[in-house]
Design a protein around this ligand. Structure first.
Ligand code: CAA
Length: 373
């Protein structure tokens, strides 16, 4: 798919940033699970933490396609940094962009988009994962405060998040219509991060539990209207799924790059079976990129894109897993060592089939869009 000169220029700029600032850290982040404050600051200074938001709200004033390109380029060298950027923008900033009033955007979106604060998004719970309407975290209005009790799980950047959007239910019997969306700031009494997960992949991205114990937040922290939080979060996930598709795509491209390098170094690129495999991998990567660009462009045009975002995420994650598996096969024993990074890529890509809606959930979303509910 043809990119405009502006998009190509942006892609080159992010690729250079990724090679210079991210690639040298990727193995270390994977090994230690550390969050690099220095890298976070550099991402912010480069405008990479607010790509799709207008400049007056601290963003870079670019489009969704640029954002997808950036996540792909970063994930091509480091999936952990790719998911950090994707979660910060799509999950940390977007609910405030979608449902926040002017005061809330001034207060929270601007510092997030500038990269002065980190953002995260609390939807998943111990008993409400795929069934997001099954939220059990409760909210009670007392005077001019909302009192929150409950817990969130598997939250990307949870422990390091400074501005956290999350859902809670006023009345579980109302299902999705009883859910509202709120913002809590790190340091609010009654709010804390629990344990961090020790994960298979994306180990340099922090994944934590969030705990609310009689946590009182001001009424001004409600995003949108009471009972509208589920829809705000579903809209947020539509956009988020493009970025998780781009994450899978970037990891797949990184694994393909490594397989090509190995094949050339070992002389295997002259074998027809390896040529066929590389051709197959490259074709699937190109197809995934096409779906991600399509969903991004529909979003930028203001057209419906729920189905296309789910297709892009579903397909990119599935081919990502397949491409990384083939890359390990091509590299042979070197594929399970650290030398060609493919053992990291195969561990990192698995989460893209699960996070922000499993492949099964994407198929439900696609089928409902085609067939009706
Ligand atoms: N945009 C706007 N509104 C939407 C919507 C969308 N994309 N999807 C649904 N809605 C609306 C519906 O129109 C409906 O509105 P009405 O009741 O007024 O008609 C309402 O929301 C309820 O919709 P459904 O009846 O379709 O809801 P459902 O309970 O059947 O669930 C689902 C639908 C698609 C399965 C949804 O639950 C879902 O997406 N589940 C997966 C959740 C997910 O991706 N979780 C991962 C989150 S990531 C995280 O928390 C951790 C992290 O940091 C990464």
């Amino acid at each position: 798919m043809l990119l405009t000169p502006k998009h190509i220029e942006f892609q080159d700029r992010v690729r250079e940033f990724a090679q210079k600032e991210v690639a040298p850290l990727s193995a270390h982040l994977d090994k230690t699970g550390e969050f690099s404050l220095t890298l976070f600051k550099k991402l912010g200074e480069s405008g990479l933490l607010g790509i799709p938001f207008p400049k007056e709200y601290g963003g870079a004033g670019l489009d969704t396609l640029s954002y997808a390109i950036a996540v792909e380029e970063i994930s091509r060298v480091c999936g952990s940094t790719g998911i950090f950027v994707a979660a910060h923008i799509s999950l940390g900033c977007s609910p405030i962009w979608i449902a926040g009033n002017e005061e809330q955007k001034q207060k929270w979106l601007i510092p997030l988009a500038r990269g002065e604060k980190t953002g995260s998004f609390g939807l998943t719970e111990p008993n409400a994962g795929s069934d997001a309407a099954g939220t059990e975290t409760t909210v009670k209005k007392v005077g001019n405060k909302y009192i929150i009790n409950g817990a969130k799980r598997f939250i990307t950047s949870g422990a390091i998040g400074e501005v956290i959007t999350f859902t809670a239910t006023h009345d579980k019997s109302k299902g999705s219509h009883g859910i509202s969306a709120f913002v809590v700031e790190k340091g609010t009494p009654g709010y804390s991060a629990g344990k961090d997960e020790d994960k298979l992949g994306l180990r340099g991205s922090i994944t934590s539990e969030l705990i609310f114990e009689d946590c009182a937040i001001p009424c001004e922290n409600l995003l949108g209207c009471e009972g509208e939080g589920f829809k705000v979060f579903m809209k947020t996930l539509d956009g988020g799924r493009i970025s998780i598709g781009a994450l899978a795509l970037g990891i797949a491209q990184g694994a393909l790059d490594a397989a090509i390098e190995f094949a050339k170094n070992s002389g295997q690129h002259k074998e027809q079976s390896i040529q066929g495999l590389i051709a197959d991998m490259a074709t699937r990567v190109a197809a995934a990129r096409g779906l991600i660009y399509q969903a991004s462009m529909l979003k930028d045009a203001g057209s419906p894109y729920t189905k296309e975002a789910a297709m892009a995420k579903f397909y990119a994650a599935e081919i990502g897993m397949w491409v990384c598996t083939q890359a390990v096969e091509i590299c042979g024993i070197a594929g399970v060592t650290k030398k060609y990074n493919v053992e990291r890529f195969i561990r990192d890509v698995k989460l893209t089939e699960i996070g922000e809606g499993t492949s099964e959930i994407q198929k439900i979303v696609i089928a409902r869009e085609i067939l009706g509910k």
